[in-house]
Design a protein around this ligand. Structure first.
Ligand code: AMP
Ligand code: MG
Length: 348
């Protein structure tokens, strides 16, 4: 029998009811299935099955100290339901109040909560941490799969570790083809950047990874100002948030961050003088000033449009064989903060 990871033939199928039923069966049987969420495509495995979780790390080539997010059916969107499943341990009154308030406002949706880990949550899931990350995605395909599977599904982004996250089924195929049996195609993902991760185990709570739900929105619901980043991050510990690794979400060619269009044009001219070809990710409003920067990829104009197209643009330019990619990160809070965060990591 062939044991190479690449010996599998991968099927990419439209996410209709029959395909979702098959995917749910595969998950229950300990297999891996890629599926769309509202943020990016996820690589799903039964969250309670350590062997299936081990396969996730193997297929993604992900280090074991990088914890996974558990995805849940919308029927189970309360701390009580998560405790009943054994995923979450006893919470303080304050943690319960905060979790309930955030879930009432933002679930189902692109919000991940970090809570104390319960006894049934495998150590591998949490990379040995005493916390666990959970989210209730709103994408109809993700919800149908979760409810049909009847088990919580651990699902990191369905890419090779360190590469740009996938926002289409084709992206998943490019990264994981030959390594998983099934990809459910639900079209391009509507948000395009990963969920906002909120740590309810620190006091005050913190946003470990910015996403489309802004720090300001979280602060408003919790009634306390919210800082970005982990309180104490030590290199040797299991990564509290892999999104916090300096270099992550990276394209295969260097990404150069520019403060404005003038700087982008200057960088382009300098690279050209060195015999190098630089492509650019452009806002629509930069298109005329930068028409000669070729190839370029248009991101739209609003933060919503930019987030939705960002990863496809990075992938398109890296396969266009350029020597560098130029981009001006958006300024501002909320989704713009999340976009700037991903660009900073991809550039580092
Ligand atoms: P991915 O699903 O590939 O986007 O990466 C997993 C994400 O889960 C990371 O960015 C972390 O922020 C988050 N995460 C998972 N488990 C934990 C945990 N126990 N504590 C903090 N963050 C976590
Ligand atoms: Mg990821």
């Amino acid at each position: 029998m062939l044991n190479a990871t690449n010996a599998i033939s991968t099927r990419l199928v439209a996410a209709d009811a029959a395909a979702i039923r098959e995917a749910a069966q595969l998950i229950r049987a300990g297999e891996l299935v890629a599926f769309p969420t509202e943020t990016v495509y996820g690589l799903g495995a039964s969250a309670l099955d350590p062997q299936a979780l081990a396969r996730v790390f193997q297929v993604k080539q992900r280090p074991l100290n990088d914890p996974l997010i558990v995805h849940l059916c919308a029927d189970a969107r309360s701390p009580q339901a998560w405790q009943a499943l054994g995923l979450v341990d006893a919470l303080s009154e304050l943690q319960t109040r905060r979790a309930v308030a955030l879930l009432d406002r933002f679930a189902p949706g692109p919000l991940t909560l970090v809570l104390p880990r319960g006894a049934r949550a495998p150590a591998l899931l949490s990379a040995g941490l005493d916390t666990v990350a959970l989210r209730v995605p709103s994408h109809p395909v993700a919800q149908a799969l979760l409810c049909e599977a009847g088990v919580p599904i651990a699902a990191p982004s369905a890419n090779r570790f360190g590469h740009v996250s996938p926002t289409t089924a084709q992206h998943v195929l490019e990264d994981l083809g030959g390594r998983i049996h099934l990809i459910l195609d639900g079209g391009p993902t509507p948000i395009g950047v990963e969920s906002t991760v909120v740590d309810l185990c620190s006091e005050p709570p913190r946003v470990l990874r910015p996403g489309s739900i802004s720090r300001e929105q979280i602060a408003q619901v919790l009634g306390t100002p919210i800082q970005l980043g982990h309180a104490k991050l030590r290199e040797s510990e299991a990564a509290p948030a892999p999104g916090m690794l300096a270099r992550h979400y990276a394209p295969r060619v260097p990404l150069i961050l520019c403060s404005d269009t003038d700087e982008l044009l200057l960088q382009h001219a300098q690279l050209r003088a060195q015999g190098k070809r630089a492509g650019a990710l452009l806002r629509d409003s930069q298109r005329h000033a930068c028409a000669h920067v070729q190839p370029h990829y248009l991101l739209g104009e609003t933060p919503e449009q930019i987030a939705q197209r960002l990863y496809a643009g990075l992938r398109a330019l890296e396969s266009a064989d350029v020597d560098a990619i130029l981009v001006c990160p958006p300024a501002g809070s909320g989704l713009a903060e999340a976009i700037a965060d991903r660009l900073r990591r991809a550039a580092s």
